[in-house]
Write a protein that binds this ligand. Structure first.
Ligand code: AMP
Ligand code: MG
Length: 267
């Protein structure tokens, strides 16, 4: 899975990553789903350990183009975990109250507490993505933000937060299919926004903004993973595996009781 990790200082090019890549799982959807099942089971145990220990904090950042699969990852990768220990924070266009503060204000208050997994459905990265592409602030303002973000995440990591960032990479053709599916299915109409078509016209600008954000803010303390996401099941599998491997490296144990519980029988 290290294949999809963007190494700091590497010459990673988003345009070289095939969104349809499935490696050895190509043509093996059933096997992929079986493996995902196993991984979500392991994730359930790991999250229980995390919650029981109450030591580590985990932040999962999800970014993608519209229809890229952020909601799908949340639904499928986290389907087995106890809702008590996992919370989702979704970041929409900022409210007037949020705009009255610095751009990290609304973000910081949603970061995970000890024992918690917090999933960011969009994030502070919008402030160097849509904000950059749409010229919502002057270039000298967003240009500074890459450094702010690196420093902010460094602080979170220093204070005990494990940070994993996923960019779900779909192709422009795949987005067309998914947007069309939203238009064709009345049960998906609620997900469609005419703004999605406007954003789609700026596809290349967004790809460039992602290219810059991913390479400038992938750090040892908060790495980016760029995930091929045309295949929903492969995308879920890769995200789940990165999460499971990262959490397993913590070698967590259930806390031992300080009480002597040996021999106690409940009448
Ligand atoms: P959705 O996730 O489909 O509900 O859409 C949320 C919208 O909010 C997207 O169009 C984002 O680009 C937009 N958004 C999120 N964060 C920001 C931000 N910091 N500034 C401007 N727009 C944002
Ligand atoms: Mg949307």
């Amino acid at each position: 899975m290290e294949r999809y990790r963007i190494e700091p200082g590497s010459d990673f090019r988003l345009s070289n990553l095939d969104p349809g890549e499935r490696l050895s799982f190509d043509g093996k959807k059933a096997l992929g789903n079986e493996y995902l099942e196993e991984l979500t089971g392991r994730l359930r145990t790991l999250q229980e350990l995390l919650y029981a220990q109450g030591r580590h904090r985990v932040l999962v950042v999800l970014q993608a183009m519209d229809t890229g699969g952020k909601d799908g990852v949340i639904r499928h990768v986290f389907r087995s975990v106890n809702p008590q220990g996992v919370k989702v924070a979704s970041f929409k266009a900022p409210s007037s109250l949020e705009l009255a503060h610095d751009y990290l204000w609304r973000i910081h208050r949603e970061t995970p507490a000890r024992g918690e997994i917090r999933i960011f459905n969009r994030s502070h990265y919008e402030d160097v993505l849509v904000v950059r592409v749409r010229n919502l602030v002057a270039p000298e303002v967003w240009e500074r933000r890459y450094d702010h973000i690196r420093d902010f995440e460094r602080m979170l990591a220093d204070e005990g937060t494990i940070i994993l960032k996923f960019f779900l990479h779909i192709s422009k053709d795949e987005q067309a299919r998914r947007l069309q599916a939203r238009l064709d299915d009345p049960e998906k109409h609620w997900k469609f926004s005419p703004a999605d078509l406007e954003e789609r016209k700026l596809w290349d600008d967004y790809q460039e903004a992602f290219q810059v954000a991913l390479t400038r803010t992938s750090t040892p303390w908060a790495p980016w993973y760029a995930i091929p996401a045309n295949s929903k099941w492969y995308r879920n599998l890769v995200v789940a595996r990165v999460l499971v491997e990262t959490l397993e490296r913590l070698e967590m144990r259930f806390p031992e009781s300080s009480l002597d519980l040996e021999g106690i029988r409940v009448e």
